[in-house]
Design a protein around this ligand. Structure first.
Ligand code: NAI
Ligand code: MG
Length: 493
């Protein structure tokens, strides 16, 4: 068993004030991987104070973007140097297949590199002249770091979600406190280690592992936090927004989804099968943007479903460290219980369980679940309306474009959507009609850190990644000058 019993605060590893720990488990065999430090309000306060002091002394925010980029690149190199080690740690903590964990860690490093580039560009584009209609005045709009940022992240892409928040915050010149999920805290603690080894100045990044109510809540309520960025469930997101309201903190939220995938009957069957399966079963369906509602046009339905079942049956389930495994175990017991009880409820509410729904044969330990397919799902059925966050896809038939768009948009979520057809004009038309922040054409899920990420409606507020993600951590200031020798003329006439 490894030991991660310290918190990273102000550039040193410290015991939590109450000496608390919690255990993180490997969902493949239910074994304990590590004892982890459990922060409470006292520790969170120290971490926020460290970030506050570091921000207020201007030594980090006062660096040029190019100077901060040096640290971001060193962190990226530190991540790349340990890529397979970190990927394996992610597999043990989360259960995902090793190859997918390698993508995650690769993207984690790539995110730091991209924000290093954007930090450098900030030195040139961080100040914009504003054209004014009065020639006696001139004005510039400048970008400045937002202050102390807090990041609270989930368990489905542990290190990548840390990077999506830490990299833009540091690029912008913020200092920060990161709280990883108690379900998968290990790679965030490794990130602190890598940052430390990279020579990142003390106090710039603080990492406090701990439980949601004990560590996350005091962080989201802390008056010295200026900006809070959260990814996770809708109820927790709503709670964080309420906590942030008291001090008018700037909030960005990336919450759940119930994303539709519309397949028109001119689609290539093999391509449709591949993207439907990837869209819901990669990362065991524990993906906020998973295309969990599939709408298939009636002309292609029977042929497509036959091929889909054939390929679903071939998906290899097992320990993510085994070669060839495409679906690992769900992340923990409570997620397994949540997903399986939703499957039972869906069947009771009238959806037809066509495939899966059960623990696969041959596993007596671990939170394994078969890939699961529901068809003929009524549109008020909970498996159609609620986020399951597991390997469960709901499929329906549709007859025309208008119906597909109407059914797709009939959701309280609006994170993502996908459309497949050989008619590119139709794809583009439908893409513009979907009420969602991310739309894929002729694919589902590929994510680039350059493009904006986030949702409409209950799927959240704000956008991460690219320049949009950087702007989350920047304030905009106007500086306006009066350049005339003439009196203003209010009383001197
Ligand atoms: P959660 O939203 O409760 O947890 C996410 C993060 O928030 C964790 O770091 C947690 O410690 C923290 N947190 C929990 N309570 C908090 C509070 N009162 N104040 C501040 N921070 C708090 O999600 P959880 O319980 O891990 O998973 C539950 C469901 O959430 C899943 O079944 C899934 O439906 C959804 N989910 C959505 C994700 C997404 O990417 N949109 C990611 C993970 C889960
Ligand atoms: Mg774990």
């Amino acid at each position: 068993m490894q030991s991660y019993t310290r918190l990273y605060i102000n550039g040193t590893w410290v015991e939590p004030a109450k000496h608390g720990t919690f255990k993180t488990i490997n969902p493949a065999d239910e074994s304990v991987i590590a004892e982890v430090a459990a922060a409470t309000a006292e520790d969170v306060d120290l971490a926020v104070k460290a970030a506050r002091n570091k921000f207020d002394d201007d030594s980090w925010s006062g660096l040029s973007g190019a100077e901060r980029a040096v640290y971001l690149r060193r962190i990226a190199a530190g991540i790349r140097a340990k890529l397979d080690y970190l990927a394996a740690l992610e597999v043990r903590d989360n259960g995902k297949p090793f190859a997918e964990a390698q993508w995650d860690i690769e993207d984690t490093a790539g995110t730091f590199e991209m924000y290093a580039d954007l930090a450098e560009q900030l030195d040139h584009n961080g100040s914009t002249e504003v054209a004014l209609p009065d020639e006696r005045f001139s004005s510039v709009a400048i970008k400045e770091p937002a202050g102390v940022a807090a990041a609270i992240i989930p368990w489905n892409f542990p290190m990548l979600m840390a990077a999506w928040k830490v990299a833009p915050a540091l690029a912008a010149g913020c200092t920060m406190v990161l709280k990883p999920s108690e379900v998968t805290p290990l790679t965030a603690l490794e990130l602190a280690n890598i940052a430390d080894e990279s020579g990142l100045p003390a106090g710039v990044l603080n990492v406090v592992s701990g439980l949601g109510p004990d560590a996350g809540a005091p962080l989201s309520e802390h008056p010295d936090v200026d900006k809070i960025a959260f990814t996770g469930s809708v109820p927790t997101g709503s709670r964080i927004m309420q906590a942030a309201a008291r001090d008018l903190k700037n909030v960005s939220l990336e919450l759940g989804g119930k994303s539709p995938f519309i397949i028109f009957d001119d689609a290539d069957i093999d391509a449709a099968v591949e993207w439907i399966l990837f869209g819901i079963f990669w990362n065991k369906g524990e993906v906020c943007s998973a295309t969990s509602r599939v709408l298939i046009q009636d002309g292609i339905y029977d042929r497509l479903m036959a091929r889909l079942l054939e390929e679903t049956a071939k998906i290899r389930i097992g320990n993510g460290m085994e070669e060839g495994v495409l679906m690992g175990p769900l992340v923990n017991a409570s997620q397994y219980d949540k997903v399986t009880s939703m499957i039972i409820r869906g069947a009771r509410e009238g959806a037809t369980l066509l495939y899966g729904g059960e623990r696969p044969a041959g596993f007596d330990k671990g939170y394994y679940l078969q890939p699961t397919i529901f068809v003929d799902v009524p549109d008020d059925c909970s498996v159609w309306t609620e986020e399951i966050f597991g390997p469960v896809v709901c499929i329906r038939k549709f007859s025309d474009e208008g119906e597909a768009i109407r059914v797709s948009n009939n959701s309280r979520f609006g994170l993502a959507g996908a459309v497949m057809s050989q008619d590119i004009e139709r794809c583009n038309r439908v893409a513009r009609k979907l009420r969602a922040g991310i739309v894929w054409i002729n694919c589902s899920q590929p994510t680039f850190s350059q493009a904006p990420w986030g949702g409409y409606k209950h799927s959240g507020i704000g956008r991460e990644l690219g320049i949009w993600g950087l702007n989350n951590y920047l304030e905009t200031k106007q500086i306006t000058s009066f350049n005339s020798d003439e009196p203003w003329g209010w009383y001197l006439k």
